[in-house]
Design a binder for this molecule. Structure first.
Ligand SMILES: [Zn+2]
Length: 280
């Protein structure tokens, strides 16, 4: 991928986390992380692409063999905190300790280099930008943690949509967002990718034609899981409507992803993108 003929880059990535671990007695439900990670790997291998798995420490601790398999297939492992606590719910010191544990678990599971970080729920905002200094201190070279839009949860609209150097050592690659009706949303991944009909965002894909304007996408194990038991997901205020969306169109994700690849997009790891493709 280093000398790609196409400039259309899809920074497709997996946030490797286990939602059951954030619920009381959540482990009474079936373990689905490994099967879903394997399904993503199978799809990536079909297209001969590698991607980045932003991995929560407690997942690496529970499934070290899975981490080894991901690495053996050439994918990149990056950090996604140890226990998936949003940054505004932590002090800088607590965040640093948590991230150090995340690193320890990933290294123990077989990762050798860890260059990237993604904040849980894109919780790196104007208020929590102290995190950048800690990321630098711990030797990270990139972060993909900012949602550059107004959002009911977290967002930092003023950051802007382009990859940006935070310092000589650290780059932030913010999530891709675009306007759909009155909303500005991250259309390249997750729940929006599943819920919105593709014709609403098809036109937007055309703007991702240069290396410095990649399409970013984040997916979770559950986004493709058609066999997961039905339960109320944590972190959505017991909203039945939102929980319905959590399960919506999961069976359509791979065919929709295939269509993006058909449009000439190439997937690569964030590490490869930062080191060989992005010019900032
Ligand atoms: Zn996450």
């Amino acid at each position: 991928m280093t000398n790609s003929s196409s400039n259309k880059i899809y920074l497709f990535s997996i946030d490797l986390e286990d939602v059951r671990l954030w619920m009381p007695n959540g482990e009474k439900f079936k373990e689905r992380v490994c099967a879903n990670a394997h399904a993503y790997m199978k799809w990536l291998s079909k297209h001969n692409f590698t991607c980045t798995f932003f991995t929560v420490g407690e997942v690496a601790e529970k499934y070290p063999e899975l981490i080894k398999e991901i690495i053996a297939e050439g994918h990149e492992i990056a950090c996604h905190t140890n226990k998936h606590i949003p940054l505004d719910k932590q002090t800088p010191d607590a965040f640093k300790k948590d991230l150090e544990q995340n690193i320890t678990h990933l290294l123990k599971a077989g990762a050798t280099t860890l260059k990237g970080f993604r904040a849980p729920i894109f919780s790196l905002t104007e208020k929590t930008q102290w995190a950048f200094e800690i990321l630098e201190e711990l030797g990270f070279s990139y972060s993909s943690s900012v949602l550059p839009a107004k959002s009911p949860l977290y967002g930092w609209e003023e950051f802007g949509g382009a990859p940006k150097k935070i310092s000589n050592k650290l780059i932030e690659i913010p999530m891709t967002v675009g306007k759909v009706g009155p909303l500005t949303i991250p259309y390249g991944g997750g729940i929006y990718f599943r819920v919105l009909p593709p014709f609403l965002t098809a036109g937007k894909l055309k703007k991702h034609s240069t290396a410095n304007n990649p399409l970013l996408g984040y997916f979770h194990p559950y986004d493709i899981d058609t066999e997961q038991e039905h339960f109320m997901h944590p972190g959505i205020n017991n909203s039945k409507f939102y929980n319905m969306l959590m399960y919506y169109n999961r069976d359509k994700v791979f065919s929709r992803l295939d269509k993006i690849i058909d449009k000439g997009f190439k997937i690569c790891t964030y590490e490869n993108y930062c080191e060989n493709i992005l010019k900032v």
